[in-house]
Design a protein around this ligand. Sequence first.
Ligand code: PLP
Length: 393
Amino acid sequence: MSHLMNTYARLPVTFVRGEGVWLWDDQGNRYLDALSGIAVCGAGHCHPVLTKALCEQAATLIHTSNLYHIQNQERLADRLTSLSGLEKAFFCNSGAESNEAAIKLARLYGHNQGIDLPTIIVMERSFHGRTMATLTATGNRKTQAGFEPLLTGFVRVPYDDLEAVNQVAANNKEIVAVLLETYQGEGGVNFPQANYLQGLRKICDQNGWLLMLDEVQCGLGRTGKWFAFQHSDIVPDVMTLAKGLGSGLPIGACLAGGKAAEVFKPGNHASTFGGNPLACRAALTTLDIIEQEGLMANAVTIGNFMREEFKQRLHAWQNVLKIRGQGMMIGVELPIPCGELVPEALKRHLLINVTSEKVVRLLPALNMQKAEAEQVVHEVSALISWFLENREK
Ligand SMILES: *Cc1c(COP(=O)(O)O)cnc(C)c1O
C-alpha cells in the first residue's frame, strides 16, 4: 500500500526517463508526450543544454538565502523584465505562489490608498491554484468545495465580458484589481475576443485598478510570443509565471510594473527557496533555449499545422467539435464529457489531457517536430472519431 496521501487519481504508469517529446516507463515502453508535464517542459524532456547547466550549477551553488544577494536571481529579473516590459520581479516556487504574491500586492496597493476591503475581480472558469487565496480566486466550485470558509475580497464575472466588468466598476468602490488568465487553460482552453484585453486595460486605467494577468500556463513562448498578452497591444501591471519557466525545476515569478512596481517593501513578502541559484539557472537556461533554438516560431508553425490537420481529419464531425488554440496551446472541445480518452490514449502510448470535462487539451513541447505532431494528431483524431461513433449509437 502506498504511503502517499490520496490527492491524485493517477494513471497506471510510471515514467523513469525522458528525452525530447518521448518518455519511457519502468517496463521500457516508449510514449509520445503531447502534454509536456502540463506545459512545464517546453523545451522537451532533459534538453542537453539544460541538463549540463543544471549539473554545473548544482556543483557550484544550489541555495543560499534571500538574506543575501543572488546573481542568477538578478540576471533572471533583468531578462524577464526586459522581455515583458514590466519593471520588477519577485520569485517563488509555483504558480499558486506567484498568484498569492499578486493578490497580496493588490490588497496592499488598495490599503495604501485607504481602501479597507480591497476587492479583486476574478473570472468564471478560471484557475489560479490550490492555496486558500488562489482557490478562492479560481472559478470552479469543485476546487473550492469542502474548504470553506473561503476568503473575502473577490467578485466574479464571466470571462470575455467587458460589460460585466463595467457593471462592477459602477457599483463597487473597493475594487483594486482584475486578475485573469490571458488565455484560460484548465477552464477549457478559452480565448477572448480580440479587443478584450484592450478593453480591460482601459477600464483598469479609468478606475486606477491593477490589470493582473496569470500567464502561468500560456506564458513563456507557448503561444508564439514570450507572453500571451503580447498578441495584443497592452502591458499589464502585474503578471504571474511558473510552469514553463524552469522546465521542471520549481520556480514561479510575480512581475510588476508602473504603479504596481514599488508596492512591496521589505517585510511584506518572502520565500525561503524563492529564486535560489539553481532554480534561476534553470529559468535562465530555459529562456536561452527558447530564444536560441527558435522555439516560438516552431510553436506557431507546428501548432497551426496541428489545428489544420485536426480540422481535416475530423471534418466529418465539424458540426459538433470546436477546435481552437494558439501556438502549442490546443483544445478540441467535444459535445460530451470525454475523460475516458486519456486512459485510451495511454494504452496507445500517447499522453494527452482532458480538461473542463469535454476539452481534449494538448500542450506539447515547443520544439515538437512535424512528424511527431502528425503522429499526435493522427492518433488523437482516430480516438475522437472512435469515441463519438460509439457514443452516438
Ligand atoms: C497550473 C496553474 C496554476 C497553479 O500552478 P501550481 O504551480 O500548480 O501552483 C495557476 N494558474 C494557472 C493559469 C495554471 O495553469
